[in-house]
Design a protein around this ligand. Structure first.
Ligand code: DLZ
Length: 162
């Protein structure tokens, strides 16, 4: 589980199905956009690396991570989407606000998966410091956007297979 033991951009390329013809939705939060922008870049780059076309990747923006649930819900119900990636970054502050946002967002995204319509991939960084976030959006520990893209392709292929 500890991501300090695992580079988020390391994966077995051959184990990833082709993303050619697949359609993806990405909802990305504006809060901490230095981080979420880099996560988005990683996700799009990796989807394309595996064959997804630029025009088959629909990106929408929401103000904060808490709104990712609404954005993801909208994408889930768009026609022809094979998988949705939710990208956000919450950084702990002085109050318990962090816990409420993380919990609400996580529960909301999990509930969408329980619905079983389209898989929703969890690209929410929940960090104690900005440095931890920077390490995970293309820094020392790779880019969680890459990991989300690989997971989205695998889940989209799985969904098509059942
Ligand atoms: C309010 C807030 C705070 C304090 N911190 C973050 C954060 O670190 N990351 C993030 O994505 N959003 C944050 N927000 C905004 C909330 O997610 C949400 O947009 C507002 O509470 C309005 O619903």
């Amino acid at each position: 589980m500890a991501s300090c033991l695992h580079n988020l951009s390391d994966y077995d390329f051959q184990s990833v199905p082709s993303a050619e013809g697949m359609q993806f939705g990405i909802v990305v939060s504006e809060w901490n956009d230095q981080v979420t922008g880099a996560l988005l870049e990683g996700a799009v780059r990796t989807l394309k690396l595996h064959g997804a076309r630029e025009e088959d990747i629909q990106v929408i923006t929401v103000p904060g991570s808490f709104e990712l649930v609404y954005g993801a819900a909208r994408l889930v119900h768009r026609q022809a989407i094979d998988a949705v990636i939710a990208i956000g970054c919450v950084i702990r502050g002085d109050t318990p606000h962090f816990d409420y946002i993380c919990e609400g967002t996580t529960q909301g995204l999990a509930a969408l998966n329980t619905e079983g319509t389209v898989p929703v991939i969890y690209g929410l960084l929940t960090c104690n410091t900005l440095q931890q976030a920077l390490d995970r959006c293309g820094g020392a520990l790779g880019n969680k956007g890459d990991e989300c893209a690989v997971t989205a392709i695998k889940m989209a292929a799985y969904r098509r297979s059942i």
